[in-house]
Ligand binder design. Structure first.
Ligand code: URA
Length: 214
């Protein structure tokens, strides 16, 4: 703050009395761009998941988020509304974020696949491969500083290895040059309360990194 004030005083002493502040085009650009892409992709027919879907669930949140969360795929509530993580798992995710002092609209949340797999089964390799370009494009537009992968499907897909979730959690990774954390999927935490403690440890580590970001 002090240096801004000194700089303004310096400008004034130099005879500059007006400063023209440009609007931030990249902020406008990324939200408009995501909105446009979301509209364009609504009728996606790149994989068989389109047959059973009600809605294409692109992702929600801050288009300039520093943290992006990536789950597996929409469930029934998400399919019905077109919004990600709105069911029970979503409510828990909101609480997990709050526990590290983050609001949902501060981060961006999406999934590996954008359409609901039947009976909530894991997405198949052809479905994942068809959908991945959407996620990569979202990451390139949003340019988050940190990624949090929720569960084994997100981790094994993006980190390209097959480890147990316990093993995945032991490290951080780089995906598209972005520091990447792995933790339990909120649905898994609903099934097994015993994983809440290790998940809390993961979140605290992530929070430390998040606080260091400018
Ligand atoms: N589970 C997910 O992986 N994503 C959602 O959007 C909802 C539940």
């Amino acid at each position: 703050m002090k240096s801004i004030q000194q700089y303004l005083e310096y400008l004034q002493l130099s005879g500059i009395e007006d400063i023209y502040l440009k609007p931030q085009p990249d902020r406008i650009f990324s939200s408009q761009k995501l909105d446009e892409l979301e509209k364009n992709y609504q009728d996606c027919k790149k994989c068989p998941l389109e047959e059973g879907r009600e809605n294409f669930c692109y992702g929600n949140g801050n288009p300039k988020a520093k943290l992006m969360l990536i789950g597996e795929g929409p469930g029934a509530d998400e399919d019905a509304t077109g919004r990600v993580f709105v069911g029970r798992a979503g409510q828990l995710l909101t609480k997990m974020l709050k526990a590290i002092h983050l609001e949902r609209d501060e981060v961006y949340i999406t999934n590996i696949v954008k359409c609901r797999p039947p009976n909530n089964r894991n997405p198949l390799p052809n479905e994942i491969n068809a959908c991945l370009p959407y996620l990569e494009e979202q990451i390139s537009i949003i340019q988050p500083k940190l990624l949090l992968l929720l569960g084994k499907v997100a981790a094994s897909t993006l980190l390209n290895r097959n480890l147990s979730l316990t093993k995945f959690r032991e490290n951080t990774y780089s995906f598209m040059g972005i520091k990447t954390y792995v933790t339990y999927h909120p649905s898994a935490l609903l099934r097994n309360q015993g994983w809440k403690r290790p998940a809390w440890i993961d979140l605290q580590k992530l929070q430390k990194d998040y606080q260091k970001l400018d």
